[in-house]
Write a protein that binds this ligand. Structure first.
Ligand SMILES: *Cc1c(COP(=O)(O)O)cnc(C)c1O
Length: 375
């Protein structure tokens, strides 16, 4: 493929695949509401288009991290129910109310501020309540559950949802999953009539026990692998092609790139790509003689990164292509049918989540399809 955009690379996002992924997860969690987590610009795929497509597929509940992300979803999907995972920013209650955003409250101070606003306006504005069951991140501590209940009972306030978050859901046999499930059960006993939510993508794939009334998949929607050591059942959503700028030849014994960290052990052909760490190709994807790094596919063949990845450029070895050399301007596949986000991530010692959320480079973003069901 030849790239034409003035930016060089092309990121393509398949909204049809995204929608199919949401519907597939919705089937697995039948009986629970399937929300969509669209924080971090919808895992790098673009919060606006992605939220619209998920809504067209059937999603009505959305989770974001920040209020700004909530505002973006509100603009894209006017009738969305939006939870803000960071909770309530001090002084921001009016903004949440204006935008009809639900904070996921996670501390007594957040709770007091929200309740004070409800009393002031004489209106029970909806909010989620987050309890920490063992990840030691955001959330009310378990021993605060009774106090939380007393406070809201005194005012006749009921949360929209109570939730917790699993630390080890990607490892299904991890004993921590059962422990957190049991602790979440003890929280629920304080709020027996309130809808509950525990599962991220991996939790959703761990069986009914984890579904409760709402599941919160993120990475699986975008085609990422949620559970380690299992075949990934999701359809890929993103493909990325970056431009080949130049083909060069170099001889045995010569070095490649900054720091001369790679020495050629044969006469080689190299392709210089218009793509570097400023575009989301991590420097840990560099290839030295001791440690192979990332790779791209050119004309369907794997071409390893050689030498350090620099800010704007990456060098790959195309010797194996023989005489079937690409033309300048042709695209090299960084993510696509030959290499997915999780495979590329593994080569750089990271996870698919980080590959996705780093898709902010100098390339155009094209959307394919939409969230609607085929007629
Ligand atoms: C990010 C996030 C999710 C989604 O997690 P995935 O592993 O991407 O499915 C769900 N719940 C909370 C609280 C999160 O922060």
């Amino acid at each position: 493929m030849t790239l034409t955009s003035g930016l060089g690379g092309q990121l393509s996002i398949d909204l049809g695949a995204l929608a199919r992924n949401w519907r597939a997860l919705d089937k697995v969690s039948a009986g629970a509401l399937t929300a969509a987590v669209v924080k971090a610009d919808a895992y790098g795929t673009g919060i606006d288009m992605t939220s619209r497509a998920l809504h067209a597929a059937g999603a009505r509940f959305f989770f974001v991290a920040t209020p700004d992300e909530g505002i973006a979803v509100r603009a894209a999907v006017p009738d969305a129910h939006i939870f803000v995972l960071y909770g309530l920013y001090p002084g921001a209650a009016n903004l949440y109310i204006r935008q009809n955003l639900m904070p996921v409250l996670s501390s007594m101070s957040m709770l007091e501020e929200w309740l004070a606003k409800c009393v002031e306006r004489n209106e029970a504005y909806p909010a989620g309540f987050h309890f920490d069951t063992g990840i030691n991140r955001l959330g009310f501590r378990l021993n605060e559950a009774a106090l939380v209940r007393e406070r809201i009972d005194a005012l006749g306030y009921a949360p929209q949802m109570i939730m917790s978050h699993l630390a080890c859901a990607d490892i299904p046999n991890h004993e921590k999953n059962r422990t957190q499930l049991a602790l979440f059960g003890s929280v629920r006993s304080q709020f027996p009539t309130i809808p509950a939510s525990l599962a991220n993508s991996a939790g959703l794939m761990s069986g009914r026990d984890y579904h409760f009334q709402m599941v919160r998949p993120g990475v699986a929607l975008y085609g990422g692998r949620a559970v380690t050591g299992r075949k990934n059942p999701m359809q890929p959503v993103v493909t990325l092609h970056v431009p080949i700028l130049q083909i060069t030849e170099a001889r045995t014994g010569e070095s490649v790139g900054y720091g001369a960290t790679y020495t050629l052990n044969r006469n080689s052909r190299l392709a210089v790509l218009g793509y570097g760490y400023a575009d989301g190709f991590f420097r840990t994807m560099s290839g030295t003689n001791q440690h192979p790094g990332g790779k791209v596919f050119i004309r369907g063949k794997a071409c390893p990164v050689v030498g350090r990845i620099s800010m704007d450029l990456t060098i790959v070895d195309v010797t194996e292509l023989g005489s079937d050399l690409p033309d300048p301007g042709e695209g090299a596949e960084v993510l696509g049918p030959n290499i997915g986000i999780d495979e590329q991530a593994e080569l750089g010692g990271t996870i698919g989540y980080e590959i996705l959320t780093s898709l902010k480079g100098r390339y155009s973003r094209n959307y394919v399809g939409d969230g609607r069901l085929p007629e």
